[in-house]
Design a protein around this ligand. Structure first.
Ligand SMILES: C[S@@+](CC[C@H](N)C(=O)[O-])C[C@H]1O[C@@H](n2cnc3c(N)ncnc32)[C@H](O)[C@@H]1O
Length: 207
């Protein structure tokens, strides 16, 4: 079993999945509140963990379908246990090898893409899975400019691709996206990096 899957299987069982929900929740909610989901839409969360973003989005009245995928089987088991809505679906797969025929209006991913074997391949797949005009929202706390988080790779001891904001933008452009970025900071956080750098969202539009 690969290291990423093994680590997140453990996190699904030791409470770290819920801790991520708390740790990421504030900035992700702030970001998602800036999106106007005012037309009927479908939504995919890549590396959904215990599924908290899908449950949040599933409550939007215009959400027709919300799918969460994760390469950790145990995360998907947790997510399935927590869902109560028919709009929501959770699938155990990695993004790279997922065979899915439909397309989405929005794709989201928080702190997941840099664990994939190849960010380029994952982005190519995500681009294909979007409807034209669709958007990919990719959140990361782990990026070169945010120096405090660079040491996470040593702590985690699993594959984590560290890139700068400039490099992330280039990956998105190479995959065909029009790209914008946004930093969501938490000015009240005790953590300096959350106040000064915050979560980097790379927003790709398929035109
Ligand atoms: C740091 S956790 C973040 C979970 C969730 N997005 C959150 O914010 O709570 C990263 C998750 O991405 C999943 N993951 C990593 N690489 C993946 C890939 N290539 N395809 C699908 N899921 C992946 C992991 O199994 C893990 O559950």
């Amino acid at each position: 079993m690969d290291g990423v899957r093994k680590t997140f299987d453990e996190w699904a069982q030791n409470g770290r999945a819920e801790l991520m929900e708390v740790e990421h929740g504030k900035n992700v909610s702030k970001f998602l509140e800036s999106i106007s989901f005012d037309e009927s839409f479908s939504f995919l969360d890549v590396g959904c963990g215990n599924g908290w973003v899908i449950r949040k989005i599933g409550k939007e009245k215009n959400c027709k379908k919300a799918i969460g995928i994760d390469k950790s089987k145990k995360m998907i088991i947790q997510a399935k246990k927590k869902t109560g809505s028919k709009k929501e679906e959770f699938i155990h797969t990695d993004i790279e090898s997922w065979k899915y025929k439909g397309k989405f209006d929005y794709i989201f991913s928080m702190e997941a893409l840099y664990y994939s074997d190849s960010i380029e391949n994952a982005l190519k797949k995500i681009y294909k899975l979007l409807n034209s005009g669709g958007q990919f929202f990719c959140g990361t706390d782990f990026y070169t400019d945010n120096k405090a988080t660079a040491r996470w790779a040593d702590i985690m001891k699993i594959q984590m691709h560290l890139h700068s904001k400039r490099e992330w933008k280039k990956f998105f452009q190479n995959a065909g996206f029009q790209v914008k970025t946004k930093h969501i900071k938490d000015l009240k956080s005790r953590k300096k990096w959350k106040r000064e750098f915050g979560t980097l969202f790379i927003i790709g539009t398929k035109v």
